[in-house]
Design a protein around this ligand. Sequence first.
Ligand code: SF4
Length: 506
Amino acid sequence: MLPNDPPSDQSACASTPTPETPALSPSDKPEEACGVFGVYSPGETVATLAYFGLYALQHRGQESAGIAAFDGNQVNLHKDMGLVSQVFNETILSKLPGALAVGHTRYSTTGSSRVVNAQPAIVPTRLGSLALAHNGNLVNTAQLRAELSQRDHTFITTTDSEMIALALGDEVNDGKSWVDAAASAFQRCSGAFSLVIGTPDGLLGTRDRNGIRPLVLGTLPKDDPELPNRYVLASETCGLDIIGADYVRDIQPGELVWITAEGLTSIQWAKKAERKLCIFEMIYFARPDSVMHDESLYSYRLRIGRQLAQESYVDADIVIAVPDSGIPAAIGFSQESGIPYAEGLIKNRYVGRTFIQPTQGMREAGIRMKLNPLKDVLAGKRVVIVDDSIVRGTTSRKIVKALRDAGAIEVHMRISSPPVTHPCFYGIDTDSQDHLIAATKSVADIAQQIGVDSLQYLSWEGMLTATRENTNSFCSACFTGEYPISVPEQLKRAKLILEKEKVAPV
Ligand code: SF4
């Protein structure tokens, strides 16, 4: 295959039948955006490593999955709708030879839920094809698309990720090297982007100038010290652990790493970089066994549970969690308050998080309870139930009713994050503002609506102080409306429904 030929496997993959959509899980949560993974191990076939990396990152996106593998100049791609384990099997992986691979799991935040929008996105260039996997959301997609339109591009997808890939392709076709082209292309992008990009010459990884979404670097062990290093890039450290890679460090905001057979080169492409990591990654999105700031997120979540108990103690008999994401904070609440922790809700893990349907109508129609209350634990008890967030409030109401039906005599809800009052523009689907229950209702009104005896949220200060990091180094815009990357008026109008009057007409 010639370097600029379309990937051999793309159309075949696109026609692979889409699995049946199983029953929906409760989706009254912010939805993760995507997981990205890249691996370069000279002399080895790495598609299976990419598969397992994506498998560990499945929680970040369940709509589609894809892997592009480079065998010299040839790139082979397989992507489809579904979970990583549904999209790939050994036969498919055996058709993805090569020492460099990039992978992606997707939840759609821009572009509809269709296989054509699944990633990696492939773009041919004069230096061979590139394969790009993106986590985050650009806020200047319209501007970038207008710029790109002047060069007669045909857009295959409706995603901002394709815009980044095309911008990079244009820079390469203008005569630049991969690294110079990437640095130029990234300057043209505004918003959140953690990227892993495969090329015939090496693997490239970067984070936007604010490092909104995470990206970590790891190395795989090697038997012979003379052999080239084997590098891995992943959204979270759990993507390293699963393949036995060692965590090396985080990719820094505005940094680009270029990994070839000669080793790793680091370039700071953003002159003004200021870390603003999404605080929701720590509260909920990332897996509790992933490490950020030298500790597992389990430890952070335990601490915010303790903080929550300090801020909102209530006399009760047991503390329970909304499983699984509320468990660490519930244990922390129990430790701090002295109220025993118990399992009051059993999750049917085999229902699974599968396809998260992206429209509100489908969500409302598709919500199914998959939590079963333990009557003998709950009957006659005053219960504190801890969850990590409330977005729309629909699931909370059902859970509270289930607890009461099981015999709980009091239900006190405690939330290990502040009220979500603003939408996210940086790659997390928190819905438009009018769907956020805390944007329109007071805490007392929410308590009444979901049917609890009391409701309290963690304070914004408590959430940030518990990070033990510089509290200015986080994005917490969905709790405050203070967006670290300015959002164009047109985009704001689409989501900030309740603040329309404040937005000047264009
Ligand atoms: S707005 Fe909220 S969800 Fe979006 S990046 Fe900021 S903290 Fe994360």
